[in-house]
Design a protein around this ligand. Structure first.
Ligand code: KG4
Ligand code: ZN
Length: 340
């Protein structure tokens, strides 16, 4: 029997300080997430300087807890994997600096991981049969991509957003209707009480780019609708706005993903990123995939939003394919998918 490989994952690209130990890329032994949402909520969004400081305060304890929960010592870890981009540079630097220090002190290999490739890998944690190739719809706060996962470390981007990411649109619309940060889960909840057909918001198409996205139009349409109601003295039904906006975004995401899968002959779609936990998106994807005879998977909500288990999973596949980073590894805030 081959020896198990244990990877310590570290994630600090935005407002979650997280560490995890994952066995053989698939089995989560611990998953510790220290969220900063309470602090950033006060400001209506993530304040980069505060995020960095909080990461510094919490990271040692979070990593210690992840090792303790997994019941392993640093000695037993095979490699340290860390998100080195994309993300907030100051936040990323905390995780990268910490990972380098641990790798150096414990004499362990260091493996830098792309945050979005980590989100995709979150699907491996609970779907043991999922292996590349497959199509992935990545929908997070900062990114919206349609990606063909050709191999564990080989990706082809076939669609991307020309302006706002899906999660960003959720957050901005939530703020406009007074729901606060982070808006996605709050819109998801409120939309359940509203009528998704009450208001017709646009579903943008981009000429010549059949798999690309644009969400700034739907966001502006919501803002215009709210202004219009205010000027006319009409009371806004916030649940209808939330449901109709959500439906517009979901229609576009599902339409692009299914259209791409059919045309490219993809048999399976994985959904990844914070917005992958949206209940309307999951439901609509399930129905569309069932109708088209396409397999569907998505992570549990805890692995959709930022976590370190996904980083350890992708880190494992990088590690076994020979990726090693030196102690000169730096944070790369605009790191591209597939960049090595
Ligand atoms: O993947 P993630 O944790 O961070 C980034 O890498 O960006 O995604 C966070 C985003 C936020 O925009 C948040 O509002 C959105 O995911 N989100 C949701 C839901 N849960 C989180 N959006 C819609 N519905 C949800 N249930
Ligand atoms: Zn993320």
């Amino acid at each position: 029997m081959e020896k198990d490989i244990l990877i310590l994952g570290i994630e600090s690209s935005c407002d979650e300080t997280a560490a995890s130990v994952v066995k053989n890329g698939r089995q989560v032994m611990s998953n510790v997430i220290s969220s900063q949402i309470d602090i950033h909520t006060l400001y209506g969004g993530v304040v980069p300087e505060i995020a960095s400081r909080k990461h510094v305060e919490r990271i040692n304890q979070v990593i210690g807890q992840a090792l303790e929960d997994a019941g392993v010592s640093l000695d037993e870890i095979d490699a340290v994997s860390v998100t080195y981009g994309p993300g907030l540079v100051g936040a990323l630097l905390v995780g990268v600096g910490e990972a380098k220090a641990i790798a150096y002190a414990a004499g362990k290999p260091l493996v830098g991981v792309h945050h979005i490739e980590g989100h995709i890998a979150a699907n491996y944690l609970e779907h043991p049969d999922l292996e590349p190739p497959f199509l992935c719809l990545v929908v997070s706060g900062g990114h919206t991509h349609l990606v063909r996962v050709l191999e564990y470390g080989k990706f082809e981007i076939i669609g991307y957003t020309h302006d706002d990411a899906a999660g960003e649109a959720f957050d901005k619309v939530a703020r406009a209707i007074g729901l606060g940060y982070p808006g996605g889960p709050k819109i998801d909840k409120l939309a359940k009480e509203g009528n998704p057909e009450a208001i017709s918001f646009p579903r943008a198409k981009i000429d010549g780019c059949e798999y690309d996205f644009s969400f700034s139009g739907v966001k502006s349409a919501v803002l215009n609708y709210l202004n219009g109601c205010e000027m006319k003295g009409i009371e806004v039904n916030r649940a209808d706005v939330a449901a109709s906006f959500q439906q517009a975004v979901v229609d576009v995401l599902v339409g692009r993903a299914i259209g791409a899968a059919k045309k490219l002959g993809e048999k399976r779609i994985a959904v990844a990123g914070g917005v992958a936990s949206n209940s309307a998106l999951r439901q609509a994807m399930k129905q569309a995939c069932d109708e088209a005879g396409i397999g569907l998977c998505y992570p549990s909500p805890v692995y959709c939003t930022d976590n370190a288990a996904m980083i350890a999973s992708q880190g494992y596949y990088e590690y076994i394919s020979g990726t090693r980073h030196g102690l000169d590894l730096n944070a790369v805030p605009n790191l591209k998918i597939g960049q090595r």
